[in-house]
Design a protein around this ligand. Structure first.
Ligand code: HEC
Ligand code: HEC
Length: 177
C-alpha cells in the first residue's frame, strides 16, 4: 500500500483511502529519475523575500517544482496572476526572479524536480498541470479536492502534504521528527 506515508510521517492528513494503484505502464513512463545521487524531494524554500512576497496567498512553492522558463513567465505576468494583480517592490522582484531561476527544476539535482520537468510541453505556469503532477494525482477523487473545504484546489499543496514547504511530498521520506 503506497499510502502508508500518512501513518509513517504524518505527511498526508486529508487523504485516507480509496485510490486505485497507478498502472505499471504509467509508472514506467516516469520511472528512474536521472542522477542516482539526486537528493529526495525538492529543495526547500531558502529566500526570505520570496517567502514573504509569494507566500501570502498560497504557500511559497519551492522553486524546484517548475522549470526556469515557467518562473520567468510567472514573474513577467504578475499583473494578471491567475486573476490577481500581484505587486512586488522592484528590488524584491529582482532578488526573487534570480532566486527562482537559479533554483528551478533542471538547475538543481533533486528527485522530484527531475521528475517534474519530464514530458513538459510549452511553458506551463501551473505545477498542478505538469505531466508528473497529473500522473501522481490522477486517482484522487474530485470530492477530496474541490469538494473538500479544507483543500479546494490542487494548488493548495500543504493541505495534503504537511511538509510541502520543506520540499517533502512522498512516501518513504524522512519526516524530520
Ligand atoms: C494576491 C495573491 C497572490 C500572490 C501575492 C501570489 N499569488 Fe500565486 N496564485 C494566486 C492564485 C489565486 C493562484 C491560483 C490558485 C488556484 O487555482 O487555486 C495562484 C497560483 C500560483 C501558481 C500555480 C499553482 C499551481 O496550481 O500549480 C504559482 C506557481 C504561483 N501562484 C506563483 C506565485 C509567485 C511566484 C508569486 C510571487 C511573485 C505569487 N504566486 C504570489 C494568488 C497569488
Ligand atoms: C488533495 C490532496 C493533495 C493535494 C492538494 C496535493 N497532493 Fe501531491 N499527492 C497527494 C497524494 C495522495 C499523493 C500520493 C500519490 C501516489 O503515491 O501515487 C501525492 C503525491 C505527490 C508527489 C509524488 C511524490 C514523489 O515522491 O514523487 C508529489 C511530488 C506531489 N504530490 C506534489 C504536490 C504538489 C507540488 C502539490 C501542490 C501544487 C500537491 N502535491 C498537491 C495528494 C495531494
Amino acid at each position: 500500500m503506497k499510502y502508508a506515508m500518512a501513518a509513517a510521517s504524518g505527511a498526508l492528513f486529508v487523504i485516507t483511502a480509496g485510490f486505485n494503484a497507478t498502472s505499471i505502464a504509467d509508472e514506467e513512463a516516469f520511472s528512474v529519475p536521472w542522477g542516482s545521487n539526486s537528493k529526495p524531494g525538492v529543495e526547500p524554500v531558502t529566500d526570505e523575500s520570496y517567502r514573504q512576497e509569494c507566500g501570502s496567498c498560497h504557500m511559497a512553492y519551492p522553486p524546484g517544482l517548475l522549470p526556469a522558463h515557467s518562473w520567468e513567465r510567472l514573474m513577467t505576468t504578475l499583473d494578471d496572476h491567475f486573476g490577481k494583480n500581484v505587486e512586488i517592490p522592484k528590488k524584491h522582484w529582482k532578488t526573487i526572479i534570480n532566486y527562482l531561476l537559479n533554483s528551478a527544476a533542471g538547475r538543481v539535482d533533486y528527485q522530484v524536480s527531475n521528475q517534474m520537468i519530464r514530458n513538459i510541453k510549452g511553458i506551463p505556469v501551473r505545477i498542478s498541470q505538469l505531466p508528473y503532477f497529473r500522473h501522481r494525482h490522477q486517482d484522487i477523487p474530485e470530492h477530496l479536492v474541490r469538494g473538500n473545504p479544507e483543500v479546494r484546489s490542487f494548488s493548495n499543496c500543504s493541505a495534503c502534504h504537511a511538509q510541502a514547504e520543506q520540499g517533502l511530498f512522498g512516501e518513504g521520506r524522512k519526516s524530520g521528527d
